[in-house]
Design a protein around this ligand. Structure first.
Ligand code: DUC
Ligand code: ZN
Ligand code: ZN
Length: 486
């Protein structure tokens, strides 16, 4: 049998196993794993690691912020940077702003992504205006379209939902089999801290980090988890940045609740001290939740090791350090009007590999789980994406584990004008990335066109394996027969 493409002699790594095999690919899919496979096109992978391509499941691309700014990356530059960073699939956000319908929002993002991405893509829907029509008509229509995850905000005046709205969205999500994601920070605490800082003239970018105290995350994560438990709905806490927040996720998980967790490289590798720079320089590292401290980094690593976090995502939110991005409100703007977020879609996997696998903090299999397989499972893409199995898409990243590099804005291939990880030395780099069997990048060259990427309708969320939580008040047997469970 002659396969169209064969990846030969590599060390294949999945979330559970490491083994030497050839991989045969036909018609964009893995057709065989075996020995001595023949192919029309042979990729020599001896001394290489052959892994499922990364799935970047938290990125802001071609997205308008609530304050009107636009991310620096569109689907072309964002997906290219992702591919050079070892990813074969991206799931950015489609943001509903107040007054917009959900269908209108998804149509808008389709128009931005179609024909523009070198990688397959889907979106998580950000819901900021859960009207009756959205809850009863538009969210069900979104599920039919294959959008099976969405994000709620507990902060930002123009985006946040209140607790009742949160519960309504969780209920609809549960009914349709969707996963809700949440940005959990207490809005009131942030406003109170901000007022006190500004009243004292403390408006430089570094003070943004103080305006978002760790307690604001702790309180909101606790509240979000309680709401998810009341509805017994699955909930993913995104970009967890504090030990207290991680402990809440861990405890809920241990208790069987359908709670999942994500953290990001910036919370593992940077601290708020890195923002202590002259002028507006610190704005480059302004993000929400903010950077914390070195003690936090160590605790977050232990949570990665013990399974609190299902995914490590970049939270790529690229704004240039010019008047199109961070400096849109002038060179002296207070931190309250500077766009939040930093780029990182291309650096996520080299950083996680080098600092995680290379420094013995996680295994190769953990790396695959955290970077690809778990995202595929959470977001309804497994086994099409996220693993190496017969029938899966030929979405494969071939890494040289001993290649050395230095992270720099010059090699991120995105549209931003800085990298938060500038100068980090990494060992282990992706050399070739295949998407549905086609080379997207190889040895530093881009080989795919922006019309290669396709929209991926996603399956329902599967929360099997978690017992869930039954609020006593929702058990008719304990409550005079009243049945109000969602
Ligand atoms: N939340 C994100 O997920 N990304 C950027 C900023 C934010 O608030
Ligand atoms: Zn967020
Ligand atoms: Zn984000």
């Amino acid at each position: 049998m002659m396969y169209e493409t064969v990846i030969k002699g590599g060390t294949c790594v999945t979330a559970s196993e490491t083994f030497v095999a050839d991989i045969g690919i036909n018609k964009g899919r893995i057709a065989a794993l075996g020995a001595d496979l023949d192919g029309a096109d042979i990729i020599d992978a001896r001394d290489r690691l052959v892994m499922p391509g990364g799935i970047e499941a938290h990125a802001h691309i071609a997205q308008n912020s609530a304050t009107g700014g636009m991310t620096a990356d569109d689907y072309t530059s964002g997906s290219i940077s992702a591919a050079f960073g070892g990813n074969s699939c991206i799931i950015p956000f489609a943001a509903q702003h107040r007054g917009m319908g959900v269908t209108e929002t998804l149509d808008l993002y389709d128009s931005r992504a179609q024909g523009a991405s070198v990688l397959d893509y889907s979106y998580h829907l950000i819901v900021s205006d859960p009207t009756e029509k959205v809850l009863t008509e538009e969210l069900p229509a979104a599920f039919k379209r294959g959008i099976t995850s969405f994000k709620l905000f507990m902060t930002y005046d123009k985006m946040l939902v209140n607790d009742e709205q949160f519960l309504e969205v969780l209920t609809v999500a549960k009914e349709h089999g969707a996963l809700t994601m949440v940005h959990a920070e207490n809005a009131g605490m942030i406003k109170w801290m901000t007022d006190r800082l500004l009243a004292r003239g403390l408006k430089a970018p570094k003070y943004h980090a103080l305006s978002h105290p760790a307690l604001a995350e702790e309180e909101a994560i606790h509240r979000a988890i309680c709401m998810a438990k009341l509805v017994d709905a699955p909930l993913l806490i995104v970009h967890v940045s504090t030990p207290q927040g991680a402990a809440l996720v861990q405890n809920a998980r241990h208790a069987g609740a359908k709670i999942y967790g994500e953290t990001c490289p910036q919370y593992l590798f940077l601290t708020r001290d890195d923002m202590d720079k002259p002028g507006m320089e610190g704005a480059a590292l302004m993000c929400s939740p903010p950077l914390r401290d070195t003690a936090t980094q160590e605790v977050l690593w232990t949570h990665i090791q013990s399974g609190t976090f299902d995914v490590v995502s970049s939270d790529h939110s690229p704004y240039r350090m010019d008047d199109t991005g961070k400096l849109a409100n002038g060179p002296d703007a207070p931190f309250t009007v500077i766009a939040n977020g930093m780029p990182g879609i291309g650096a996520r996997l080299p950083m996680l590999f080098s600092e995680g696998v290379g420094k013995g903090r996680i295994s190769l299999n953990d790396f695959v789980a955290l970077s690809s397989t778990n995202a595929a499972r959470l977001y309804g893409l497994l086994p099409q994406k996220g693993t190496l199995t017969v029938g899966a898409d030929g979405d494969i990243a071939i890494w040289d584990p001993s290649a050395k590099g230095v992270i720099s804005v010059d090699n991120q291939n995105d549209a931003c004008d800085y990298s938060p990880f500038e100068g980090w030395q990494v060992t282990g780099l992706p050399m070739t990335v295949l998407s549905r069997g086609k080379r997207v990048i190889e040895n530093g060259k881009l080989l795919a066109k922006p019309d290669h990427g396709q929209f991926l309708p996603r399956a329902k969320f599967d929360s099997s394996g978690r017992a869930g939580y039954r609020a006593p008040e929702l058990d008719p047997a304990q409550n005079f027969g009243a049945n109000i469970a969602p």
